[in-house]
Design a protein around this ligand. Structure first.
Ligand code: PLP
Length: 452
């Protein structure tokens, strides 16, 4: 920090403060974690200065021999960790990974056959008229993904996102009664819509997915199954999700982040079957530019960490702690979407407490508990105010909390939420954002949270 402070002291101070804040609060954001010192240190090295567009042994710059070592090792660890045929570790983030995967699937299923049919090897040899026809074909494809309010991600075909604009899209949801994925309804939709791609995976669904069933549906309608395991990659790596719940043997293409339950650096990666390998391998120049070599190095370190036996214990603890947290809420009378959890996510429905997700999130933050508000299925408060709060156990599990502590966390949260009521706007009108917490509750909770 002294080195940073000698250039820009305010950045050094913000960095110091971030550490202090993270230490003093309970981090329950389901997509966050604490990377190891080895991972953090690997990101702060000279690889940051190196350009390396291309792939291992096939770069557009000279002097990439050490980046080649790094990228090959990261890919090897990823393949071994997940039992995948191929791994691509260049995407800078989860969104980059999804975008790269979409274009790779389009290249494999649409562009390649189209060019072969036209008898053209190189796209640059197409006439202007044929080029326009190919572009039309690429823009005329269909994607079926999980809707945002059911727990899907923006990149799964949400209209305002590029994925909702580059494809004709439809979305599947969950059963309105149970909140669970309805595979029969999904299959019926797929039969009718006939998508090129079905996307499985989620950001806020507190249950496991049967990927074998998803593959059956995809095969029936001739779709490519892409699974976005960004959230639960740690549970796959740690062998908590096996058999039908492990996406790797069932999906054609798997995308992921490396920084959530997997506990690596911020970044993305893609696993693919051999069939899709040549297309995914063209991520650069198709979608990406120069890879972040220092982050690829940190991914290699994180994958190596996740290959150790103690990572399996960590992953099982994540799931056990989520159970303890969910039970802590249920026994104190708080509603949960789907009535519980069997992954790392607990989704509170705070509507019966008379507050919005936004008010709950703010009151909890004042009390030293960091969460994020989240829509619940068919949310009457929309995506901004919401009726839900999403909690995840990976970060506090890294800090060593166990089932008893997670029960105490539930107690602290319930106490804050029951002590919070809606406030009013400055004009005295009802507000979905402002809130009032009973005197002393926030300070007392903050002290208790720091103790945990
Ligand atoms: N996919 C899923 C399922 C996610 O939950 C997220 C992140 O929230 C992403 C993709 C995007 O990841 P990133 O923020 O690294 O782009």
């Amino acid at each position: 920090l002294e080195v940073i402070a000698s250039v820009e002291p305010r950045i050094a101070e913000a960095t110091r403060q971030e550490l202090a804040d993270q230490r003093a609060s309970l981090k329950l954001i389901a997509s966050e974690n604490y990377a190891s010192p080895a991972v953090l240190m690997t990101m702060g090295t000279w690889f940051s200065d190196k350009y390396a567009e291309g792939t291992v042994g096939h770069r557009f710059y000279a002097g990439c021999q050490n980046v080649d070592t790094v990228e090959a090792l990261a890919a090897e660890h990823a393949r071994e960790l997940f039992g995948a045929e191929y791994a691509y570790v260049q995407p800078h983030s989860g969104i980059d990974a999804n975008l790269t995967a979409y274009w790779a699937i389009l290249a494999h299923r649409v562009e390649g056959p189209w060019l072969r049919n036209a008898g053209v090897k190189n796209m640059n040899d197409l006439s202007e008229a044929d080029w326009e026809r190919l572009r039309g074909e690429l823009g005329n494809q269909r994607l079926l993904g999980m809707s945002l309010d059911a727990g899907g991600h923006l990149t799964h075909g949400f209209r305002p996102n590029i994925s909702g604009k580059m494809f004709h899209q439809q979305q599947y949801g969950t059963d309105p009664e149970t909140g669970l994925l309805d595979y029969d309804a999904l299959a019926a939709k797929a039969r009718e819509f006939k998508p090129l791609i079905i996307v499985a995976g989620y950001s806020a669904y507190p249950r496991r997915v049967n990927f074998a069933k998803m593959r059956e549906i995809a095969d029936e309608v001739g779709a490519t199954l892409m699974v976005d395991m960004a959230h639960f990659a740690g549970l796959v790596a740690g062998k908590v999700f096996t058999g039908d719940e492990d996406p790797v043997p069932h999906a054609h293409v798997v995308t992921s982040t490396s920084h959530k339950s997997l506990r690596g650096p911020r970044g993305g990666f893609i696993l693919a079957t051999e069939e899709y390998t040549p297309s995914v391998d063209r991520g650069c120049p198709m979608v990406l530019g120069g890879p972040l070599s220092h982050v690829m190095a940190a991914k290699a370190v994180a994958f190596a960490e996740a290959r150790r036996p103690d990572f399996q214990t960590y992953a099982q603890n994540i799931a056990d702690n989520a159970q303890a947290l969910a039970e802590g809420f249920l026994k104190r009378g708080v509603n949960l979407v789907t009535g519980g959890t069997d992954n790392h996510i607990v989704l509170l429905d705070v509507s019966s407490l008379g507050i919005t997700g936004r008010q709950a999130e703010s009151a909890l933050l004042d009390s030293g508990v960091v969460t994020n508000r989240n829509s619940v299925p068919s949310d009457p408060n929309g995506a901004w105010y919401t009726s839900g709060v999403r909690l995840g156990t990976p970060a506090l599990t890294t800090r060593g909390l166990g089932a008893d502590e997670f029960d105490q966390v539930a107690e602290l949260i319930v106490n804050v939420l029951r002590s919070t009521s809606p406030g009013t706007t400055s004009a005295g009108a009802p507000s979905k954002a402002s809130y009032v917490i009973e005197d002393g509750v926030a300070a007392k909770t903050k002290a208790a949270a720091a103790e945990l």
